[in-house]
Design a protein around this ligand. Structure first.
Ligand SMILES: [Zn+2]
Length: 138
């Protein structure tokens, strides 16, 4: 089975992947209006400001939506189907992140609490996943 593909960091996104490799969770935040910018971009999507910095954020959130993947997008994922991919609101931010939801896809529900867990893949690249959480941050 081929290795699962890894992200290709750019100069802009490299700090995001590096933080995950170091078991940290950071998002870009606009210093002018406070909006969180994800996926990383050079300009704020709300005020078009360019003063963005990496901000540590909560690892808890709420599942906004999800889908269940039954057909693997590549042979590297064939052993994993079916699995859920979810979009989660991150506590304390105004943005959402998307990743695989760990565990039984039949147990996934909109509105469930989730926690961000990291997985170091190289010295520069980590991945993150959404694990069903306790909801303690609610
Ligand atoms: Zn802004």
């Amino acid at each position: 089975m081929p290795d699962r593909p890894l992200p290709h960091p750019t100069a802009l996104s490299a700090p995001f992947w590096q933080a995950l490799a170091d078991d940290r969770f950071v998002l870009l935040k606009c210093e002018d209006c406070g909006h969180f910018v994800h996926p990383p971009r050079h300009l704020c999507g709300r005020c078009h400001g360019s003063s963005l910095h990496w901000q540590p954020v909560a690892r808890t959130g709420t599942l906004y939506s999800y889908t269940v993947v039954h057909r693997a997008p590549s042979p590297a994922f064939a052993a994993e189907v079916p699995y859920a991919v979810g979009l989660a609101d991150v506590d304390g931010t105004d943005t959402r992140v998307m990743s695989n939801v760990l565990g039984d896809p039949a147990a996934v529900t909109v509105g469930m609490p989730v926690e961000v867990v990291t997985e170091r893949r190289t010295d520069e690249i980590g991945l993150f996943f959404l694990r069903p959480g306790s909801g303690a941050a609610r």
